[in-house]
Design a binder for this molecule. Structure first.
Ligand SMILES: [Ca+2]
Ligand SMILES: [Ca+2]
Ligand SMILES: [Ca+2]
Ligand SMILES: [Ca+2]
Length: 343
């Protein structure tokens, strides 16, 4: 959120409607631009799928979004999860991350012990950079943030998101070597502690275009990516791939979610049935959730998470796997900070 590149005029597409509407024409040719040379699975480890840990890895390749009929069919894995549906408590700023500069795009690991975010703070390489904070348990305070050396550039680096196993990171950057404007980049590591450095990010294969790609959220065992794409407006899209080393397919607009206002920052629940995102459709950025309607084969009408929202910008939601801990960015204090709430 927040940075000047985020600002765009009203979208031209009337996106309200049924899921079988075609994707915006602006994407029809753009997605193949960078598909020729760079393979996002090339750096070790070679995938974010096998061993990626989350209970989503065993789900059918076409779930969720287009096969959301198996509510409750997961067995032991999701039985251990407690999917939150109640109201969150009052959001609290995370003191260790607070800074007079802009801090946004928080991304939790599924266990809530790592928090990646974007910041303009001193100590970076220029513009926004990717930082991380850790804690020993969800009862502990977040530690002082550090900046993983490999992840940032002198350009704009933002919107980090971890794979289910935490060994792959996705981010948006306008660094050289992409397809134009912001692109999705990805890097890997071999363990989750600071002892295992991130590899140098490479462009995600097949997803990038001359338009701005951002806020990636990869789920379903690494086979689905929800993201925002900026053309005449900012909307949410979904891309699929058959295998974790394959190129991403041409993104398709999530038409039942998108409006002429901006939609950004998707977070998909582990079971694929809840899509959290932010939108300024009500006049300022607010956080919404939409629940998959299996009968209709589309997401239902979004509901604002009013207990998280304020009259200021509230965006960039990320949750733990059990959806009981949430982080997001808000300007309610006067500058963009990272907030946490629980239910
Ligand atoms: Ca700040
Ligand atoms: Ca940077
Ligand atoms: Ca791009
Ligand atoms: Ca707001």
């Amino acid at each position: 959120m927040g940075s000047p590149d985020d600002v765009a005029g009203p979208g031209s597409a009337v996106d309200a409607g049924l899921a079988d509407l075609p994707a915006s024409p602006r994407l029809d040719t753009a997605a193949a631009v960078d598909a020729s040379t760079l393979l996002d699975g090339a750096a070790p480890p070679t995938s974010d799928g096998p061993g990626s840990g989350g209970p989503d890895t065993a789900r059918p390749a076409d779930a969720p979004f287009d096969a959301g009929t198996d509510v409750g069919s997961d067995t032991a894995a999701s039985d251990a999860l407690v999917f939150g549906t109640g109201r969150f408590g009052t959001p609290q700023v995370i003191p260790a991350l607070a800074n007079p500069d802009q801090d946004d795009d928080p991304a939790l690991s599924g266990d809530g012990l790592e928090l990646y975010f974007a910041s303009y703070r001193a100590g970076g390489l220029g513009f926004e950079d990717i930082w991380v904070s850790r804690r020993a348990s969800t009862s502990d305070a977040w530690g002082a943030p550090t900046r993983p050396p490999a992840l940032s550039s002198t350009g704009r680096d933002k919107a980090p998101a971890l794979s289910a196993d935490g060994l792959r990171i996705w981010l948006a950057s306008d660094r050289p070597g992409g397809a134009g404007a912001d692109d999705i980049w990805t890097a890997t590591r071999t363990c989750r502690t600071a002892a295992c450095p991130w590899s140098t990010p490479v462009p995600a294969l097949g997803i990038n275009s001359p338009s701005g790609e951002g806020t990636p959220m990869v789920f379903a065992g690494g086979l689905r990516m929800a993201l925002r794409q900026q053309g005449s407006g900012i909307d949410l899209y979904l891309s699929k791939r058959a295998g974790v080393t394959d190129a991403w397919g041409t993104p398709t607009a999530i038409v039942e979610i998108n409006t002429n206002a901006n939609e950004s920052g998707p977070h998909v629940s582990v079971d694929g049935l809840r899509l959290y995102f932010d939108s300024n459709r009500s006049g300022n950025d607010e956080i919404f959730v939409s629940v998959w309607d299996a009968q209709q084969g589309r997401f239902g009408s979004p509901t604002a998470l009013s207990e998280l929202n304020s009259i200021f910008t509230d965006a960039d939601i990320s949750l733990t796997d059990d959806e009981r801990i949430v982080v997001f960015s808000s300007t309610r204090s006067g500058n963009a900070e990272i907030y946490e709430a629980r239910r």
